[in-house]
Ligand binder design. Structure first.
Ligand code: BG6
Length: 479
């Protein structure tokens, strides 16, 4: 279903994210008929391009990042005709008048600020000064939303000076991932899981976002951030919220976000025994973190594991173990819910390997679900039990529809145009997440903790294993 006609101004249109994700994503939506004929995308950046050279740049990006069944040159050309470009000085006056003249009255206006956060305030101010943005316009932003509570509050205040909260779309691209949205479908569209979804039946939850890439190329950003700020405060926190939250009364933006906020506010503080930080070392001629980050004295973590407690009626006593890191053995993101053993076994005399039920939701790659159940091992040898997987790959289960999973950005940009904020973070969520994160970081800084080294291609630092061993549990293998 096509969205309503819109003008989308993309600030930072020549940047890496625009080239890799945003523009190819917009093209895919256009190709699939979701963008009306009248829709226009206006690139804006400092570079001195014109419509033609901008289109050439986008054509290259499409060739590199789209391909497959969407490479029809006629459709690509039709998309390129939707594009134009205005050189704009975010902190000066150049280009703004020209941009103002480009905007057509009576359409949805969206401004995507794919730029350094230091420019958010300048752009917001100028959009208003020049009468380009109005009370119905939408503004789209990407993390980092500050680097602590104070800076996040300052940023929210700057935005609030020009835009109402209902106009602000803060992207956490994890919320745009189909499988992440599926967490809500699994929980709230099935009767099967929800009655067991509490500390009475759930032993513990593991949330893993493992990456094989290092930080090479973006070391200067990453070194000021680290895994806690780069991944936990936002992406892992969102996953935790979707797993732990109460059912919202409706799939409605504020109903969902209210419930997520309650989870963040219920998080217990984290002590030194609840976390392990790691940093990948140089290995077999490949650079370690210190070289990638170009800071030989860096104490920034490229890996973090945490034991988190959600202090509320539902979850009291069920730990959530979170881990994320770079240069690990595999790229694998998943959520594993391990249930408790049945209260009483009638199979005491039975042999076999008794294991708890476990529900694993694979977020990427090979998106799917795996429910581990106990059955009887076939054969005459008595009642031997064996654990088997009920395994489902979304691609297989959904056939063609499952194979063509849209990229997170495509979904989110279309939601901006539709005016649906469900999958975007509200300002108070961001602040609550920092309010929990800040003292954890302040704690390790005050203690002068150094991250523990780990080998690239491993599953992280040794101490992370201990975090679970101490609780008589173990991490799932990263593979
Ligand atoms: C980004 C982080 O937000 O998410 C990166 O800044 C990280 O460091 C990336 O690599 C992971 O996203 P995805 O979609 O590849 O899991």
């Amino acid at each position: 279903i096509p969205v309503d006609p819109f003008d989308l101004v993309l600030f930072g249109a020549t940047g890496d994210l625009a080239r890799r994700k945003i523009l190819p994503g917009l093209y895919r939506r256009f190709h699939d008929g979701q963008m009306p004929e009248e829709a226009r995308i206006i690139g804006a950046a400092r570079s001195d391009l014109n419509d033609e050279s901008f289109r050439a740049l986008v054509a290259e990006a499409i060739a590199e990042f789209v391909g497959g069944k969407r490479s029809d040159p006629k459709i690509i050309e039709a998309f390129l005709q939707r594009l134009s470009y205005v050189p704009v000085d975010a902190r000066g006056t150049d280009g703004w008048q020209q941009l103002a003249e480009k905007m057509e009255p009576g359409r949805i206006r969206a401004f995507y600020l794919s730029v350094a956060p230091a420019l958010f305030g300048d752009l917001a101010e100028r959009l208003h000064q020049h009468g380009i943005a109005d009370a119905t316009s939408r503004i789209v932003l990407e993390k980092p939303f500050g680097r602590d509570l104070a800076s996040a509050r300052a940023l929210n205040a700057t935005l609030a000076a020009h835009f109402h909260e209902s106009q602000i779309y803060r992207i956490d691209h994890y919320l745009g991932k189909e499988t992440v949205q599926n967490l809500m479908a699994v929980r709230f569209a099935n009767i099967l899981f929800e009655p067991l979804w509490n500390s009475q039946y759930v032993d513990h939850v593991q949330i893993t976002v493992a990456e094989t890439v290092g930080v090479g190329g973006r070391g200067s950003y990453y070194d000021k951030s680290g895994a806690m700020r780069d991944m936990v405060q936002n992406h892992l926190m969102q996953l935790l919220c979707l797993i732990a939250m109460e059912p919202p009364y409706h799939f409605d933006p504020d109903a969902v976000r209210d419930e997520k906020l309650k989870v963040i506010r219920a998080l217990d503080p984290i002590g030194p025994d609840d976390l392990v930080r790691g940093q990948y070392r140089a290995h077999q001629g490949e650079p370690g973190y210190l070289e990638d980050a170009e800071n030989p004295a860096s104490r920034t973590e490229s890996y973090i594991a945490l034991r988190v407690h959600v202090a509320n009626w539902r979850w009291k006593g069920t730990p959530f173990y979170l881990r994320t890191g770079k240069r690990l053995r595999a790229r694998a993101s998943e959520i594993a819910i391990t249930f408790k053993e049945p209260p009483h076994s009638i199979f005491d005399e039975a042999g076999g390997d008794w294991r708890e039920n476990q529900l694993v939701i694979r977020l990427q790659p090979n998106e799917g679900m795996n429910l581990k159940v106990m059955i009887k091992e076939p054969g005459p040898g008595g009642m031997r039990l064996v654990q088997v997987p009920l395994d489902m790959s979304f691609a297989e289960a959904l056939g063609e529809n499952g194979a063509d999973i849209p990229d997170a950005y495509e979904r989110l940009i279309m939601d901006v145009i539709r005016g649906n904020q469900t999958l975007f973070m509200r300002g108070d969520e961001v602040e609550a997440a920092w309010a929990w994160t800040d003292p954890i970081i302040a704690g390790w800084e005050a203690r002068g903790d150094r991250p523990q080294g780990y080998d690239p291609g491993s599953s992280g630092p040794e101490d992370a294993l201990m975090l679970l061993h101490r609780d008589s549990r173990r991490w799932r293998e990263i593979k």
